[in-house]
Design a protein around this ligand. Structure first.
Ligand code: FAD
Ligand code: DLZ
Ligand code: SF4
Length: 513
């Protein structure tokens, strides 16, 4: 009985659930590079290159593992351009009795998979993606009946479920969470770890030429492509991180430095999200560093929390909220995202750094995404849907299930507080505390008004006042609203005029494209 097993671009794991119990003799695997997937947003050039190269290498690994696999390249003259079109061609080629597939990573693709049974008149088995720790059904049960969703409680359940960092059922060191120890600013140092650079092989070089030819106008550059594209290389980066960066990961988790793109972060999200690395194995390896006394608890707990806590929680939220989650716009924000998000051409140094490195590498770390680019978009009232589209385009690790809740929920507060108890809005003071950006900036982070004032400052107060009807009752914002109320009328008017001037200049500047 021939079984057709499609493997999508973020399912690059040898032990994928769709392959469980499949028989190598009669299974036909299918991997497809399709135009639809490359164009639903204008992906960063490096993102498409990474996915295609990792897919092509994974196809080789599957064949070496004894599977029979059809691989359809983007430039195949018969390529239909869509997943469903390629399934149709594969059904015609192999006349399978059934299709088995692991569930998709976004609503758009999930709808395609669900339509196949009717379109092809074949049984289609859609299997749970067991690379995640919590199944979707488990998350649905977890949120049932809860008035307030908080990641922390979900995270503790995931610690109990996996046994990670537990001593006799109690959290290692006595606390579940060591986040309060993880807020140190960093100093530039020659000893700082740098992620490994992998030299492109023949497969990657071919892919880079294809992307250069097909997507010349997409954001970003293909220059210096040095990401891992195989499991072996991704494991090498994992090992490097555990040894050289994990020990300081906690201390400097929120730090930002000019010219330092990676600090003590792992740069493993692209590999975890596409399937080259297994998140639970990675967490167990991180725990082993703590148990062996090579990495401190605040670092290891912080790292594990990002993966079994935040990552899993984001996925649960995405699927629990339905396909309409993307429409939410609690703050009714409608300003277009400024054009400099696609060029980095701004004199605000923090934004120039975060966007510049994003366009170069298709990566920025969490605090750059949240407190620089995300914060600025929030303060100016950018349309959350456009902000979402930007994040989905420009990051190598961006798949909708993880990108959307991070952007729309955590960063833009567009879901009204489902994901965070208050908006991540801040003035320049936060950026100044956590980085050296302000020292290199033409603006003065201490000034609120005047030609040299840091734009974040007036925009922060303006954001609070503009959204007073929606935010003033939030107890976590009581303090800033009190501070605003204590300012005299002239100061308030000056601040609002300063913000209005900045917003007007953004509106007058060139937009997307
Ligand atoms: P590290 O700092 O080394 O963290 C370790 C791992 O923890 C990451 O590899 C990742 O798998 C996980 N992790 C950490 N934070 C989060 C989080 N908030 N949500 C989910 N997983 C997390 N992450 C993505 O994987 N894809 C996205 O598209 C994405 N979009 C984001 C958009 C915004 C607006 C924000 C604020 C955050 C976004 N994140 C996204 C989360 C986070 O920024 C990245 O996971 C992280 O920067 C990846 O770099 P790293 O591997 O060096 O992470
Ligand atoms: C993001 C992406 C891109 C650019 N191209 C492909 C592709 O050609 N083939 C493929 O299988 N997947 C691709 N992907 C990933 C998908 O768009 C999508 O995110 C996942 O299928 C969701 O599970
Ligand atoms: Fe950014 Fe303001 Fe600091 Fe300049 S002064 S780097 S604009 S926060």
């Amino acid at each position: 009985m021939t079984t057709l097993i499609p493997i999508l671009g973020d399912q690059l794991s040898l032990d994928l659930s769709a392959l469980d119990d499949a028989d190598r003799a009669d299974a036909r695997l299918l991997m497809m590079e399709v135009a639809d997937e490359t164009t639903y947003v204008r992906h960063h050039k490096k993102k498409i290159a990474y996915i295609f190269s990792a897919m092509r290498h994974h196809a080789e690994a599957l064949r070496a593992d004894g599977w029979t696999l059809d691989y359809v390249t983007l430039d195949d003259p018969d390529n239909s351009g869509s997943f469903t079109g390629e399934i149709a061609r594969a059904v015609a080629r192999h006349a399978p009795e059934r299709i088995v597939v692991t569930e998709a990573g976004e609503w758009r693709v999930a709808a395609m998979l669900e339509a196949w049974e009717t379109i092809f008149g074949l049984p289609v088995e859609i299997r749970a993606d067991d690379r995640f720790i919590a199944s979707l059904a488990e998350f649905a049960t977890w949120i049932e009946g809860r008035k307030q969703l908080r990641m922390e409680y979900f995270y503790r359940d995931m610690r109990r479920k996996t046994g990670l960092l537990l001593d006799d059922g109690k959290p290692a060191g006595g606390e579940w969470n060591y986040d309060s120890e993880n807020r140190k600013p960093a100093q530039a140092s020659l000893l700082m770890p740098r992620p490994l650079a992998f030299v492109p092989d023949g497969i990657t070089t071919d892919v880079l030429s294809l992307i250069a030819e097909r997507f010349p106008d997409n954001p970003g550059t293909l220059d210096r492509f040095d990401y891992a594209v195989t499991r072996t290389d991704a494991l090498e980066q994992q090992g490097y991180f555990l040894k050289h960066a994990l020990p300081c990961f906690g201390d400097y988790q929120d730090a930002m430095l000019t010219g330092e793109r990676f600090l003590w972060h792992s740069i493993l999200s692209p590999y975890i999200n596409s399937g080259l690395l297994d998140p639970l194995d990675l967490c167990r390896a991180a725990e082993a560093e703590y148990r062996a006394g090579r990495a401190p608890l605040n670092s290891v707990e912080g790292f594990i929390r990002q993966i079994i806590g935040w990552r899993e929680y984001m996925r649960g939220i995405y699927w629990s909220q339905g396909p309409d989650y993307v429409e939410r716009n609690f703050l009714e924000a409608h300003r277009p995202l400024p054009g400099f998000y696609w060029t980095g051409d701004t004199d605000m140094h923090c934004l120039k750094e975060a966007i510049g490195q994003t366009l170069e590498t298709a990566h920025a770390h969490h605090i750059q995404r949240l407190m620089v680019t995300g914060n600025f978009a929030l303060l100016i009232g950018a349309d959350p849907r456009q902000v979402h589209q930007w994040y989905l385009e420009v990051y190598l690790d961006a798949y909708e299930w993880v990108e959307l809740p991070n952007t729309l929920g955590m960063s833009q507060f567009a879901d009204g507080g489902l994901l965070g108890s208050k908006p991540y809005a801040s003035s320049g003071a936060y950026i100044n505390r956590m980085s050296d950006y302000c020292r290199h900036c033409r603006y003065d982070v201490k000034q609120r008004t005047g030609p040299d004032a840091c734009p974040f400052n007036a925009l922060y107060w303006d954001f609070l006042v503009r959204n007073e009807d929606k935010l003033a009752r939030n107890p976590r914002l009581a303090m800033p609203y009190r501070t605003w109320a204590k300012m005299d009328a002239t100061t308030q008017a000056d601040i609002r005029a300063q913000a209005a001037q900045t917003l007007a200049s953004l509106d007058a500047a060139p937009g997307y494209g």
